[in-house]
Design a protein around this ligand. Structure first.
Ligand SMILES: [Ca+2]
Ligand SMILES: [Ca+2]
Length: 128
């Protein structure tokens, strides 16, 4: 969402007008980490099943990995940040508990303190 430009909006609008179809993808929590989203992966290596967030989520306890019955709370092992903002992750609901920060463009595994412990996440213009 944060990277959409007027030219991008115009291009999407034009494509929609030409085809009469809604552009595919670019939706949060659809299992694909689009530009502007932050992905939290079930496995290490930042591939496979992923919870893709466009905006803050204060509690993962009501989230499954998209298309699965696997709960996302306390169950993520790696990240991909395709946003232009920092993403902050927390081990507690409501942005509490241990607190870590992932810079724009960051891809990598969670450190031991955050492996299968993350419960909430939010984006910010600043790091930790
Ligand atoms: Ca998505
Ligand atoms: Ca949630």
């Amino acid at each position: 969402m944060h990277l959409i430009t007027w030219s991008g909006v115009a291009a999407v609008a034009l494509a929609t007008a030409l085809t009469g179809m809604t552009p595919a993808g670019a939706a949060p929590k659809d299992g694909f980490v689009d530009v502007g989203e932050f992905g939290l992966y079930y496995a290490q290596g930042s591939t496979g099943t992923v919870l893709d967030l466009l905006v803050d989520d204060s509690d993962f306890s009501n989230d499954n990995f998209p298309g699965t019955t696997v709960g996302a709370n306390n169950n993520t092992a790696s990240y991909r940040n395709r946003d232009t903002f920092w993403w902050h992750v927390y081990t507690g609901a409501g942005y509490t508990g241990s607190h870590g920060c992932l810079a724009a463009g960051y891809v990598g595994n969670a450190s031991p303190a955050f492996h299968n412990t993350i419960t909430s996440a939010e984006y910010q213009s600043f790091g930790c």
